[in-house]
Design a protein around this ligand. Sequence first.
Ligand code: AKB
Length: 323
Amino acid sequence: MKKVLITGCLGQIGSELTMRLRADNGTDSVIATDIRRIAGNEVIESGPFEILDVTDKDKMMDIAREYEVDTIIHLAALLSAVAEEKPQLAWNLNMGGLVNALEVARELHLKFFTPSSIGSFGPGTPAENTPQDTLQRPTTMYGVTKVSGELLCDYYFQKFGVDTRGVRFPGLISYKTLPGGGTTDYAVDIYYEALKNKSYTSFIGKGTHMDMMYMPDAIDAIIKLMNADPKRLVHRNAFNITAMSFEPEQIAASIRKFIPDFELKYDVDPARQAIADSWPDSLDASCARNEWDFDPQYDLDRMTKDMLEKLTKKLENDTVVRH
Ligand code: AKB
């Protein structure tokens, strides 16, 4: 991973991964790409950036060739709630983008990473301690694209020898970039509202458990898996990974350790609740631990402390900038 092309670099994962790889390996080590440009954005300002619509394979190939990258980290995709509202667009973007990125990797002999998700599971999957290898019959378009993507990555490895690797991410929580259109987004929104209003109205219902992870652990997981010894990898794509599983009352209880009068209310969104109900409650991540030493550092309370500290500073700075 000396020179990496990242798609979707302005998204929740891409924005932090780009900055981390540039800090570790040098400014020019990441060619950041996204469908849009945001003026003044640190990802765009801090190193090479190109506009790229991932459904345009020729442009992707041109960028990969021009910069002589050795790895593609393909992140551009619609998340679960938006994908359910626009299923045709989700199929075209999530699958069209993925097959283009895999083709570029095949033709140029590049290493490859793309994330799958807990959304690749469905209501028939065992919900507790969900095994690595189990039934995957998702009932959402997001899930359909994620399972198809897992299979496609396996195929490109077996058929063409492309070094494809991936994880099934749980909900990702970060203070830097907001997620866009996911089912697990409530677990990010809750921290903003706790600091702004000491109150949050959850669109996910009481008692709904989902796997989650703090962004620093997610970034470490990508880097660790990409650097893992291939001889140790029994699985390659779509490793179950998780750092914690909680329901809204538990994250609220964690916030109350720092903001005692925080109040949690509910106004459940039936569409996103149906998606959450079709997903597992808690994953078994033992294959990731055994095959490439996956080792998340943040549990719920440690994450809450860090989120509240970092968000407090961010919100203060935003106020200063606006004045
Ligand atoms: C979503 O909620 O869509 C994502 C995911 C779990 O893949 N955060």
